[in-house]
Design a binder for this molecule. Structure first.
Ligand SMILES: [Mg+2]
Length: 177
């Protein structure tokens, strides 16, 4: 009983896949599995924490995704609308600030607007308790990557040890490779 409850609970923080960097995420595979929209976290996923700089390989990955027909949407909890919009503009994609992850409203609102289902969406991010939890709660596919840089934001920094424990536990339970 306790075991099955734990399993049920862990499903909400268990990414479907885990890669080192966003550029490792296989786009052809995603498209074949029916994914049409890629929600992507900003800080430590697309850019180093608090930076406006997107590396050349990440820019190329975004270009490739667009060329394949994916819609790409930055979904960030950061409150600086201007910064999120600026980075999104540079990449030629959509940007949503103050998304309130792990809450689902930003995702649902956008999916409804585009007439897509959660099954057609993936969320890629570096934080289990915001990015992955939001995706799993919304019924979307979730891909965890390793943070690009050390987290400077307090809540992100204290989350990291818990995330590492969660990853160990998920691996131990054989929920994650
Ligand atoms: Mg992040």
């Amino acid at each position: 009983m306790a075991h099955s409850f734990l399993l049920w609970l862990l499903k909400f923080i268990c990414p479907d896949q885990h890669f080192k960097e966003i550029t490792d995420v296989p786009l052809a595979e995603l498209w074949e599995s029916g994914i049409r929209i890629i929600f992507v976290d900003l800080d430590n996923t697309l850019t180093p924490w608090g930076s406006n700089k997107v590396s050349e390989p990440i820019k190329q990955w975004v270009e490739e995704a667009k060329a394949r027909g994916f819609q790409i949407v930055i979904v960030s909890n950061a409150g600086f609308r201007k910064r999120v919009a600026q980075i999104a503009d540079t990449l030629g994609i959509i940007g949503i600030a103050s998304a309130g992850k792990p809450r689902r409203f930003a995702f649902y609102r956008y999916l409804k607007l585009k007439n897509l289902t959660p099954q057609q969406a993936v969320m890629i991010g570096d934080q289990i308790f915001t990015d992955i939890l939001a995706a799993k709660r919304a019924g979307m596919k979730a891909i965890l990557i390793e943070p690009l840089t050390e987290r400077k934001f307090f809540s992100g920094r204290i989350q990291r040890p818990f995330e590492l424990i969660a990853i160990k536990l998920l691996r131990y339970m054989k929920l994650l490779q």
